[in-house]
Ligand binder design. Sequence first.
Ligand SMILES: C[S@@+](CC[C@H](N)C(=O)[O-])C[C@H]1O[C@@H](n2cnc3c(N)ncnc32)[C@H](O)[C@@H]1O
Length: 333
Amino acid sequence: MEETLRDLELVMAAHREALAQMRAQQSPRRAAAPVVTSDPRALLMQALTQDIERVSGIEMTGMMTAKLNRVLSSVAPSELEAWVSTLRRLPPTHPEWLSLIEALTVHETFFHRDRAQLELLAKLLPELVADIAGAGRHKLRMWSAGCATGEEAYTLAILALLALRDAGHADDTTDGIVCHRPWSIDVLGTDISRLVLTQAKAAVYSTEGLSSFRDLPPMLQRFFPVMPRTRETGDIEIRGVVPAVRQHVRFEHFNLMSGAPPETGFDVVLCRNVLIYFTAEARFKAQLGLRRALRPGGILLLGPTDSLADADAYDLRWGPGAMAYVLKSTSHG
Ligand SMILES: C[S@@+](CC[C@H](N)C(=O)[O-])C[C@H]1O[C@@H](n2cnc3c(N)ncnc32)[C@H](O)[C@@H]1O
């Protein structure tokens, strides 16, 4: 009981912190108020920002609008109208749309981001693995939605390997952890940006500066051996994801505004630090897709400031400073 109360206090503290962060973000994130204007350029920009919100879900706050203006500063006023009207006729998957969205998105990420939440997931995984085995399955399926350069997807694969090893379904080897047959792990990483997906597939990361390894626990370093230096890398140290992890991870292009999820039946779905950039409507739409992607009993993990759109569909699990949502069997689809 005492432990439960302590956990509850920690969750409440995390919530207070998340709320404070959200409030701090609110003033710069406030949606740009539509300006009543007859200026043709301003009218064009208003139409464009509405289209961007529809296509990508990204909320065109004052800050984002300023970013858009910077991106378009090199487009001559005479070309802007033609470009905007062409863009409006193109499908969201067109390279022209993708490169515009690319310029507006934030791709900040690193391995083992949000330790508290990943520790909670690690605690829940044994039960999940037992459930999967009980259902006669031998595959752990996870989706990192909005994976950026892939660090989150590889982190998930490592946690899954550790859980299978601890359950006796995989062995530690000098090359990493190897699953016993017929067990396997399938982690899907998706993002709207094709550029970050290319980097994710390459699975190599620099250790320079505020790197992808900034919060990696020392015990996980073994999954990222230092790569041999080449003429291109010079003195920069590069670490690669070990093949025993990499083989379980694949990446695909996917826009969370597409409606239906890319696949269904996932045991775990993570969508962190993505929905904070979305409009309320887009957050709702994206979360509906995340729910459809989960199997009943599957776990949803959102970012620390994201609120759950359909709380009745889930059972809450909490750990120190983190929360996870387990899809009720009656709420699937
Ligand atoms: C800040 S990163 C978060 C990366 C990772 N989830 C994490 O928490 O470290 C946000 C990612 O969401 C992606 N994104 C933004 N809008 C998206 C959309 N409509 N569909 C899919 N991905 C989107 C961006 O391209 C970016 O790579």
